[in-house]
Ligand binder design. Structure first.
Ligand SMILES: Cc1cc2nc3c(=O)[nH]c(=O)nc-3n(C[C@H](O)[C@H](O)[C@H](O)COP(=O)(O)OP(=O)(O)OC[C@H]3O[C@@H](n4cnc5c(N)ncnc54)[C@H](O)[C@@H]3O)c2cc1C
Length: 417
């Protein structure tokens, strides 16, 4: 990648103004780069909610940006507890961890990036590179030019599709019902069984997990937080399609709004909750007003640097959510890329960055595949069956899912990645 001239600050265009894009934007500005972020969405991003497990990598990215907010960024979870269908405790363990929310991290980062350089409502369509720079073209007819372009446009990245069309998004053979709602609606007896811990309910072909996160306006006050849960369930492509189709037969392949979910499927899910989940968890599912569906996909890019363009975050690698690494991985990609772009030997630094982050992405993907192995469609292969049986075990589920020490599970996989 050619160096910008020494007489002006180098300029980066970032496509996608979510976690990876904002982390990268804030960090590059901190080291003197001019940065413009182009985001497809209007103002609705801040209201996107999801519970996020935090790790040291996330804090490291905040610290690199001059921010230390460990204590105030979420709800403390002291450990984990797993139930069987009868409500008996299958296992417990201590694991201190802060559970934050997607909206909290987004708003926090967004407030630190200048409005004048955050361009909402810009849908990236294509890029063109020449000897002096790289140009992004948008669906509104606008163009922008810079020294480098960073694709932080998520799992279905258009930047990646332009650069690496061979990288495909693969459906993992299961999806998750999800809920995010007012803690005050959770019946008290059920909340007492699960509060302060990540709770699991084991089922034959999947599992349910839930925990408290910051509520509206980032409120951490007990009684005003949100309860966040996901129920991973096996389902082939036909089942997925049925769940993403509304009562009028309209199919939403990219995700169905909760108010369009077919009522019969929501009712069936609630019935199955009674048949398969522990009693306190049944109460939580019953109390959830707007359950929605998240299809589980994974993706591995063969490269993260192509000419003057780089890929980071979910655009480069999307691992299954069991690893709980989405936001931390985006933060670490951004932090390490910003550091590499400041090195005097930039081409070498970028090559080293790419090699390290490819290894990390592949290891995260492999870990997610292992954790989800027993949820996928059954297999006759004895090795895969043995692996699936191992990851089905409650003690493994408890300690490995969204672990607070991902390095323990990633390091060995990185050696072979
Ligand atoms: C419904 C849902 C629930 C999730 N739950 C969790 C969770 O519980 N825990 C966890 O760790 N992670 C979770 N994730 C994943 C987590 O949000 C991502 O891993 C993380 O946000 C990665 O950040 P990113 O910036 O790489 O991608 P994204 O957050 O996907 O951001 C990509 C951005 O690019 C924009 N964009 C896309 N295409 C274009 C284009 N052509 N032009 C301009 N802009 C574009 C998008 O609008 C978006 O803002 C969830 C994701 C979703 C969608």
């Amino acid at each position: 990648m050619p160096e910008p001239t020494a007489t002006r600050a180098p300029h980066a265009i970032i496509i996608g103004g979510s976690m990876a894009g904002l982390f990268c934007g804030v960090l590059l500005r901190a080291v003197g780069w001019d940065v413009d972020i182009y985001e497809r969405a209007g103002d609705e991003l801040a209201s996107r909610g999801a519970g996020i497990a935090t790790h040291d990598e996330l804090y490291a990215a905040f610290v690199a940006a001059g921010i230390d907010l460990r204590a105030e960024m979420g709800v403390e979870s002291t450990g984990r507890i797993a139930f069987n269908h009868a409500g008996e405790v299958l296992g417990e363990c201590a694991m201190p961890q802060i559970m934050t929310s997607w909206g909290f991290v987004f708003r926090f980062l967004r407030a630190r990036f200048p409005d004048a350089h955050y361009h909402s409502g810009y849908t990236f369509e294509d890029l063109f590179e020449d000897a002096s720079g790289i140009e992004a073209r948008f669906s509104n007819g606008r163009r922008a030019r810079a020294d480098i372009l960073i694709g932080a446009d998520g799992t279905r990245s258009t930047v990646r599709q332009r650069l690496l069309p061979e990288a495909t998004l693969d459906y993992c053979g299961y999806f998750a019902w999800r809920g995010l709602f007012d803690e005050a609606r959770v019946p008290t007896a059920a909340l007492e069984r699960v509060a302060g811990r990540m709770a699991f309910s084991a089922t034959p072909r999947g599992h349910w997990l839930g925990y408290l996160v910051a509520g509206p306006n980032d409120d951490l006050t007990p009684g005003r937080r949100w309860y966040n849960w996901g129920w991973y369930r096996r389902g082939d492509e036909d089942a997925l399609r049925a769940h993403l189709t509304d009562a009028d037969g309209r199919h939403y392949p990219l995700g169905i709004p909760h108010h369009r979910m077919h009522p019969a499927l929501v009712d069936a899910m609630r019935r199955q909750a009674h048949e398969e989940l522990a009693p306190p968890i049944q109460r939580i599912v019953e109390a959830t007003p707007n359950p929605y569906i998240q299809a589980i996909y994974e993706l591995a890019s063969p490269r993260m640097v192509v000419g003057r363009a780089c890929l980071i975050g979910d655009a480069a690698f999307t691992a299954r959510p069991h690893v709980g690494l989405g936001v931390s991985k985006a933060a670490e990609d951004a932090r390490t890329l910003a550091a590499a772009l400041c090195m005097p030997e930039r081409a070498t630094a970028l090559a080293n960055w790419e090699a390290a982050r490819l290894r990390y992405g592949r290891a995260a993907l492999q870990w997610g595949q292992d954790l989800g192995s027993y949820i996928e469609t059954g297999t006759d292969d004895p090795v895969r069956r043995a692996k699936a049986e191992y990851y089905r075990r409650a003690d493994v589920l408890l300690v490995e899912t969204a672990s607070n020490e991902p390095g323990r599970y990633l390091d060995a996989r990185m050696q072979s990645a």
